[in-house]
Design a protein around this ligand. Structure first.
Ligand code: NAI
Length: 337
């Protein structure tokens, strides 16, 4: 029995959470893997109702669970997810971009993953006023850079792909901060002679993600660059509706879609739940590895195949060229499970 804490979020968050609960309940009933799900408030609605975007009880319940699922939140994201990442030391943000067939995607031959450092950089939001200017503090440390580089090389080693790590930075301009990040990655690369290593400036990377995305396997980069590049990479393979993410630490992990609360389509039952359901797939793989539970791997594989097969057969939501609603698409998945 795995205890899952589930932040239901804002905007399309509740619709995606309903879909996730439905799929998890089906797994509970049919596939011999048991979950106890506790839904939790956090985000704009929680801020409005309780005065806190991340209520204390939510934090406590997350800490008492085996794993956390988080639907997107809105404008208070910095006070929810950025805080949780640092509080739980979820230092690796893993964002795969993988082609699925029959998508309105730019490319159908992509299988890459962005490994984004998740605890430092401008993303910590340490800013202050200085006269009539504003200053942001960017801290990059050797320890955090080496830790994420190691995670990226281990990921490349395990993946069935090119076994290549591309370190993305802008050390020609930010010589101290990105210089340290690049230097740390070069150091770590020496321990992985079987993994190809290359460096790329972030502007060149943004261009190459469109021009020749098939050349990427694992990208390792700093927090803000990773945030931006992963929205781009998801678009290359069909859009944010298909983009899952994992926030991983040594002892705990949180899984969420790459995208935000999508207020423009909230309440219309048209959001693509795949981003959240593929995050559940990543969660199952993580639980399987942590608890040596092969059932988790089997169900993870099954869930991905069901989504893959549905999309292939043309059963898909509007954002990727289909006509199914969120709830219809979810029902197709639970039927197939
Ligand atoms: P967004 O990621 O919410 O949406 C961008 C575009 O993608 C929109 O047109 C939206 O309709 C579409 N989209 C996103 N997810 C989709 C899905 N599952 N199915 C179909 N279409 C989908 O970005 P935006 O509009 O910049 O941000 C909205 C809010 O989300 C903001 O308040 C922001 O602060 C918050 N946010 C929260 C995040 C989190 O909880 N981790 C991450 C990013 C943004």
């Amino acid at each position: 029995m795995y205890k899952i804490s589930l932040i239901t979020g804002d905007g399309i968050g509740p619709e995606l959470s309903d879909s996730a609960i439905s799929v998890l309940n089906t797994i509970n009933d049919k596939l011999d893997l048991k979950f106890e799900i506790t839904t939790l408030p956090a985000g704009d609605k929680a801020l409005h109702e309780t005065g806190k975007a991340l209520p204390d009880e939510t934090i406590q319940t997350i800490k008492n669970s085996d794993v956390c699922l988080k639907a997107p939140v809105g404008e208070s994201a910095a006070d929810v997810i950025v805080v949780l990442r640092r509080m739980l030391d979820l230092y690796a943000n893993i964002r795969p971009a993988k082609s699925y067939p029959h998508m309105s995607a730019l490319r159908d031959d992509i299988d890459m993953v962005i490994v984004r450092e998740n605890t430092e950089d401008l993303y910590t939001g340490k800013e202050f006023s200085l006269g009539n200017a504003a200053v942001a503090l960017r801290i990059i440390s050797e320890d955090a850079s080496k830790r994420i580089a190691k995670y990226a090389f281990e990921t490349a080693k395990q993946r069935n792909n090119m076994k290549k790590v591309t370190c993305v930075h802008k050390s020609n301009v930010m010589r101290m901060t990105d210089g340290l990040f690049a230097k740390s990655c070069i150091e770590v690369a020496k321990n992985y002679p079987d993994v190809l290593f290359e460096q790329m400036y972030v502007d060149a990377c943004a261009m190459n993600l469109i021009r020749q995305p098939e050349k990427f396997d694992v990208i390792v980069t700093t927090n803000l660059f990773g945030d931006i590049l992963s929205d781009e990479s998801s678009q290359v393979v069909g859009g944010l509706g298909m983009a899952p993410a994992a926030n991983i630490g040594d002892n705990f992990a949180l899984f969420e879609p790459v995208h935000g609360a999508a207020f423009d389509i909230a309440g219309k039952n048209i959001a693509n739940p795949s981003s959240f359901l593929l995050s559940i797939k990543m969660m199952l793989d993580w639980l399987g590895a942590k608890h040596h539970d092969t059932k988790c791997f089997t169900v993870a594989q099954k869930l991905e195949s069901v989504i893959f097969d549905l999309v292939k057969s043309g059963v898909k939501t509007k954002d990727i060229g289909g006509d199914r609603s969120t709830s219809e698409f979810t029902r197709e998945i639970t039927n197939k499970l």
